[in-house]
Design a protein around this ligand. Structure first.
Ligand SMILES: NC(=O)c1ccc[n+]([C@@H]2O[C@H](COP(=O)([O-])OP(=O)(O)OC[C@H]3O[C@@H](n4cnc5c(N)ncnc54)[C@H](O)[C@@H]3O)[C@@H](O)[C@H]2O)c1
Ligand SMILES: [Zn+2]
Length: 379
């Protein structure tokens, strides 16, 4: 039994982790500021808060509050973060303060307590890597920035080799590829990941970073307009609206159920081979956005099928899915839920939600879309 701190423990992934840790008999403390982007206001602990967990309302930017929360803690899971790629391109200072400096606060405190702290595990993101990994038949593997707007205007969606212009083959993204974030969110998650790895190695504090791909499951935020494509499609279909797809719908994404993310975190806590390592965490499958939308309609028993709008968003990466061989090898972990089974679980949860909440979520997206169009960034 260990004494464990979960920052962001009232959020989507953090709360599932809290439940799993409590279930294993650990003494768990959750530290969360109930950020308005993730929680209804006025702030209160969510209904799913675990009765056996101690909840502390506090902000990772407040080092003194964090110091108190760390009292007696042996293992830290750091999930508190400002999230959302589009909003990060507007609200730059807040993302740097919460993600880059919030992690710095946590690490400074871990150094103070390094005799007691056994491990720090942080939630990084696939966004630290940016666009996918591609291969040109003639020129080999490359790591591009965004496709040029002039190309998107022509509705020419495939990534093209910078040397010969030929459409290129996407490859799974491995951990050792270059980090090329496309947004301030990605940049601050890179800060978080690199700060943690560097400090851990320097002070011999075992650290682990997971680069999550698109995580979905019950409790994921629906009102936060910056949540992923799955919540967006799910709320549209369940409220009788058509899912709208950008580009040609053939973009490949990697979606992973929160239950598998929690299993990997527990493995990392228990397994020494995880120490000082960065792991991709996805299903290891590139699933097209069109297929994601179709599957969600199927699982909701709806006849609604997605529609291609022919539009695009300037900041969108084309493809991105995880090479998960490292997590399989070192953690002995692999995903247990296919997208089919995982979506069925998500849809069961969506069906339990009040219709006003679902309607509100679809409006939140629409507003965010028009706002981002005005500001010309991708949400
Ligand atoms: N959900 C995904 O697909 C995904 C993908 C990649 C990485 N991640 C990372 O996983 C972690 C958890 O994400 P999530 O999807 O559960 O998000 P979430 O918004 O549901 O949870 C984040 C929690 O952190 C809290 N928080 C925000 N700012 C804080 C602050 N300043 N101080 C204390 N608490 C604060 C929020 O109140 C919230 O409860 C984040 O670090 C995120 O960057 C998530
Ligand atoms: Zn080429």
């Amino acid at each position: 039994m260990s004494k464990v701190l979960v920052t962001g423990g009232a959020g989507f992934i953090g709360s599932h982790l809290v439940d799993a840790l409590v279930g294993r008999g650990h003494e768990v403390v959750a530290f969360d500021n109930l950020d308005p982007a993730a929680h209804p206001q006025p702030p209160k602990w969510p209904a799913y808060a675990n009765a056996k967990c101690k909840y502390i309302r506090g902000d990772v930017r407040d080092k003194e509050a964090l110091r108190q929360a760390l009292d007696g803690i042996e293992v830290v899971f750091h999930h508190a973060a400002a999230v959302g790629s589009g909003i990060s391109m507007i609200d730059i200072g807040r993302f740097v303060e919460v993600n880059s400096l919030g992690t710095a606060n946590l690490l400074e405190l871990a150094i103070e307590r390094k005799e007691k702290i056994k491990k720090v595990i942080v939630a990084s993101s696939m966004t630290v890597m940016g666009e996918g990994t591609y291969e040109c038949a003639a020129h080999g593997v490359y790591y591009p920035f965004l496709r040029p707007v002039e190309q998107l205007v022509r509705n020419d969606w495939d990534m093209r080799c910078p040397q010969c212009g030929a459409p290129s083959k996407p490859l799974p993204m491995a951990e050792d590829r270059p980090l090329l974030p496309l947004t301030i969110y990605g940049l601050t998650k890179q800060d978080e990941e690199l700060e943690t790895m560097l400090v851990g190695r320097f002070y011999s504090i075992p650290v682990v970073a997971f680069r999550y791909f698109s995580v979905y499951g019950p409790r994921q935020s629906l009102t936060n307009p910056y949540t992923g494509v799955i919540a967006r499609f799910g709320t549209r279909v369940i409220t009788g609206k058509t899912p709208l797809i950008y580009e040609d719908g053939q973009q490949l994404k990697d979606v992973i159920h929160v239950r598998d993310v929690v299993r990997a975190n527990l493995r990392a806590m228990e397994c020494e081979a995880a120490d000082y390592q960065v792991f991709n965490l996805g299903n290891g499958v590139g699933l097209s956005v069109h297929r994601i939308a179709e599957l969600i309609s199927e699982k909701l028993g709806s006849a609604i099928r997605p529609v291609l709008t022919g539009q695009y968003r300037r900041g969108d990466a084309r493809h991105g899915w995880a090479d998960i061989s490292k997590a399989k090898r070192l953690l002995g972990w692999e995903p247990s839920l296919s997208a089919e089974d995982g979506f069925a679980d998500l849809c069961d949860w969506l069906r339990t939600l009040p219709s006003e909440q679902l309607e509100e979520a679809t409006h939140a997206y629409e507003n965010a879309e028009s706002e981002s169009e005005k500001r010309a960034v991708a949400v």
